[in-house]
Write a protein that binds this ligand. Structure first.
Ligand code: BTN
Length: 320
C-alpha cells in the first residue's frame, strides 16, 4: 500500500521535513495525490505537519497495533519477523491455524484490533473490545514432543508477566498454567493449540489476549486491565513491541534447552506454589497443596491423602 510506503519513507527520514516535490518524485505521483495520502494518514491518527517551504514532517503515530508500527525497530530474531495485522477478525487463533497449515513460517504473528469470535480455554469466549486490548497469535514450530507443549505456555506466560512488570511496573503473577493476575484479578489469558501427531508436532499456536486499556465496565467478573490497575492509559504499541521482544527472548532460552531457567523464573511468579488449591481434573475435583512445577510444566499436587499427583492440565481454584 502506498500509504505504508510513504510512512516508511518518513521513518527513514528520521523526523525531518520531506518536501511534497521529493515525495512526488520518489513515488511517481502528483503532489496533489501525495497530499491526499497525507490526509488519509492524518485520518488514521498520524500527526503530520505541513510547512509551505519545508514540506511535511511526521510528528507522532497513533496507538494502533498495525504491522508497520509494530515492525518498526522491533528487536527480535524469530517472533514478529512477519506480522499480519487486522482491524477486525473472527479469531486470531483461527487465522494463525490456517496460515500455519499452509506453511507459514515460525514466528509469524497475527494480531487484531477486534475479534468477533475470540476463543478462550475450555470452549469459553474471549471478549475483545475494539482498540482496547492486544489480541494476538503466534505460529511456532518447536522441535519437542507433544507432551512437552505445556512448556511453551509456561514460557509465554512468563514473557507476559515480565513485560507487565518491566513496562508498567505492576506486580503481575501467574496462575498455573497460563492466567496472568494483578491484584488477584485476571488481565491476560493464553490459549495454546497444538497441531501434530502422537509423537510429532507440526505447529503450535500461542494465542494471547491482554486487557490493556479496557474500561472497568467492559470487563467480565474477576477480570482487570492494565489501565484500571495503573490508573492511566497505556501505550499498547509500546507494550506489545516489548512483549514480542520478551517472547523472542524466552523462546530462545527454551530452544537452547535451558528449561530449568524458565521453570525457576516461572515459579518465582507463581501464585499457586505452596498454596492449597482445587483442580478440575478430567471432570473430577481434586484438592491438595501445590508443592512444585516439574520440568515438563506439570503441577505437583500433595493430595490430602499424602500422595503426590502430577497434573498436566486443568482449571485451578485457589482455596485461600
Ligand atoms: C483463556 O484464558 O481462556 C485464554 C484466552 C485466550 C484469548 C486469546 S485472544 C487472541 C487469541 N485468539 C483467540 O481467539 N483467543 C486467543
Amino acid at each position: 500500500m502506498l500509504n505504508d510506503k510513504i510512512l516508511n519513507f518518513f521513518k527513514r527520514c528520521n523526523d525531518s521535513y520531506v518536501s511534497g516535490e521529493e515525495l512526488s518524485g520518489v513515488f511517481g505521483i502528483s503532489r496533489t495525490a501525495i497530499w491526499k495520502h497525507i490526509e488519509k494518514l492524518r485520518a488514521e491518527g498520524y500527526e503530520i505537519i505541513a510547512s509551505p517551504h519545508l514540506g511535511y514532517r511526521l510528528i507522532s503515530v497513533p496507538d494502533r497495533l498495525s504491522e508497520i508500527e509494530l515492525r518498526c525497530e522491533l528487536k527480535t530474531q524469530v517472533i514478529g519477523k512477519k506480522i499480519y495485522s487486522y482491524k477486525e477478525i473472527s479469531s486470531t487463533n483461527d487465522t494463525a491455524n490456517s496460515l500455519a497449515a499452509s506453511g507459514e513460517k515460525e514466528g509469524t504473528v497475527i494480531i487484531a484490533e477486534y475479534q468477533s469470535r475470540g476463543r478462550g480455554r475450555l470452549g469459553r469466549k474471549w471478549i475483545s473490545p475494539r482498540e482496547k486490548g492486544a489480541y494476538l497469535s503466534i505460529i511456532l514450530r518447536p522441535d519437542i514432543l507433544p507432551r512437552e507443549v505445556s512448556l511453551i505456555t509456561l514460557c509465554s506466560s512468563l514473557a507476559v508477566a515480565k513485560t507487565i512488570r518491566e513496562q508498567i511496573g505492576l506486580a503481575a503473577f501467574i496462575k498455573w498454567p497460563n492466567d496472568i493476575l494483578i491484584n488477584q484479578k485476571k488481565t491476560c489469558g493464553i490459549l495454546t493449540e497444538l497441531n501434530g501427531e502422537t509423537d510429532k508436532i507440526n505447529f503450535v499456536i500461542v494465542g494471547i489476549g491482554i486487557n490493556i486499556n479496557t474500561k472497568r465496565e467492559l470487563l467480565p467478573e474477576g477480570a482487570t486491565s492494565l489501565s484500571v490497575e495503573k490508573g492511566e492509559e497505556i501505550s499498547r504499541l509500546k507494550f506489545v513491541k516489548a512483549l514480542l521482544e520478551n517472547l523472542d527472548k524466552y523462546y530462545k532460552i527454551f530452544n537452547s534447552g535451558k528449561i530449568e531457567c524458565i521453570i525457576k523464573e516461572y515459579k518465582k511468579l507463581s501464585v499457586v506454589l505452596d498454596k492449597p488449591v482445587q483442580i478440575n481434573y478430567h471432570n473430577q475435583l481434586i484438592s491438595g497443596h501445590v508443592v512444585d512445577v516439574d520440568k515438563e510444566g506439570a503441577l505437583i499436587l500433595r493430595m490430602d491423602s499424602g500422595f503426590n499427583k502430577r497434573v498436566l492440565a486443568g482449571d485451578v481454584v485457589m482455596l485461600r
